[in-house]
Ligand binder design. Structure first.
Ligand code: LMR
Length: 397
């Protein structure tokens, strides 16, 4: 019956973790998956999360959440993305449901898009997080590429990006990384976001923001929501996928939020009911524990300020490691420019290394990363940065 089923190809990101775990070498380094590590290379559970869990302990029953998830968690998520005092929230114009982290939020949106705008397409940046392609493919929404990265400068190809926005048919759907672009670590400046928003307005495009790293770009979640706020000021309807995997370290809890800004409350009620309809046959209703952790933290001023401090701590450690990696490469006498390591932001450095160079890093030095040359800076530590720099220098000579 299943004789025709071929093994699936390895996932380009999660497959790296599998290979890393299988390597017995004591020198091995994992800078593949975007998952934060402390300076000892260990996963970090935030103090605010531990405290929220302490408050939950013994008080949590195991009842189902509603299909749309935790109302409290959604409320807090909207404040985080749209602004504490947003009129849009007061006017109940936002349809929002809890989602299985950022991936689940994107997938719910993609399914919604297919169901209600079956002829639409999605514009996705080149490059992007590999799973974006899988998500819209499985939702059967045709994909178009838009220019984003400029390989020579290892920065933004702003002219190319603007051209593609202008040349797309009016009313197109665009998937935008709200901050800390994955994999490149390259974000538009505030001024560039304003121009992008303006051009979206002219073209009546619909922006869908994937905000998986709010807090990881600048260390301040409020600042990292700037792109979204600019679009809101300009009066766009938007969609937004939020994740608490990275900024609260709740990776395995799968907690996130999908929101769609509608024309009015009535439309928002209808859209939310349809999002719930999409969720129901897939997973019925989302898990409760992580949602409770998030709502407790964001709803308590003390825990929230602890969280803000801890997010900044994670972002700052990564920024420190960027400087350390660059300085180590310079000290080794590398003749290449490594300015982009510190110019790029967020969890990743898009190093410019070729797949062959990455293969050498893995085969000769037990360093694991995705073949597109992306380094997860969150996996770099005081202890391994010298080893990593030396290996990079050897394969890029
Ligand atoms: C990554 O890009 O490494 C993360 O977003 C983890 C994942 O699920 O791919």
């Amino acid at each position: 019956l299943f004789g025709h089923v071929e093994p699936a190809p390895k996932d380009p990101i999660l497959g790296v973790t599998e290979a890393y775990l299988a390597d017995p070498s004591p020198d091995k380094v994992n800078v593949g998956v975007g998952a934060y590590r402390d300076d000892n290379g260990k996963p970090l559970v935030l103090d605010c999360v531990r405290e929220a869990e302490r408050r939950i302990a013994g008080n949590l029953n195991m009842e189902y959440l509603p299909m749309g998830g935790s109302v409290k968690m959604i409320e807090e998520s909207l404040k985080l993305a749209y602004g504490e005092d947003s009129e849009l929230i007061k006017d109940k114009r936002i349809a929002a449901v809890q989602a299985l982290s950022g991936t689940g939020a994107c997938r719910l949106f993609a399914d919604f898009q297919k169901r209600f705008l079956p002829d639409s397409q999605i514009y996705i940046p080149t490059p992007t997080w590999s799973n974006h392609h899988n998500i819209w493919r499985d939702a059967q929404v045709p994909q178009k590429a838009y220019t984003y990265y400029h390989p020579e400068s290892r920065g933004l190809d702003f002219a190319g990006l603007m051209n593609d926005i202008k040349n797309a048919p009016d009313g197109s759907f665009f998937m935008l990384h709200a901050c800390a672009h994955n994999p490149t670590g390259v974000d538009p400046t505030e001024e560039q976001w304003r121009e992008i928003s303006h051009q979206f307005k002219v073209k009546k495009h619909f922006p869908f923001f994937d905000m998986a790293y709010q807090g990881f770009a600048s260390g301040d979640p409020e600042r990292d929501a700037k792109a979204i706020r600019i679009f809101l000021e300009d009066g766009h309807q938007i969609g937004c996928a939020q994740s608490y995997a990275k900024n609260m370290g709740l990776y395995g809890q799968r907690v996130g939020c999908l929101s769609i800004l509608c024309e009015d409350e009535m439309q928002a009620v209808a859209v939310k009911s349809q999002l719930q309809q999409i969720a129901r046959p897939m997973y019925s209703n989302p898990p409760v524990h992580g949602a409770l952790v998030v709502s407790i933290i964001l709803n308590d001023p003390e825990l929230k300020s602890l969280w803000l401090k801890e997010v900044k701590g994670m972002a700052d450690r990564i920024i420190g490691m960027r400087t350390a990696l660059k300085e180590n490469l310079e000290k080794l006498g590398s003749s290449l420019s490594w300015e982009h390591i510190t110019n790029q932001i967020g969890m990743f450095c898009y190093s410019g290394m070729t797949p062959e160079q990455v293969d050498r890093l893995t085969n000769e030095f037990h360093i694991y990363m995705t073949r597109n040359g992306r380094i997860s800076m969150a996996g770099v530590t005081t202890r391994n940065v010298g080893y990593l720099a030396n290996a990079i220098h050897e394969v890029t000579k």
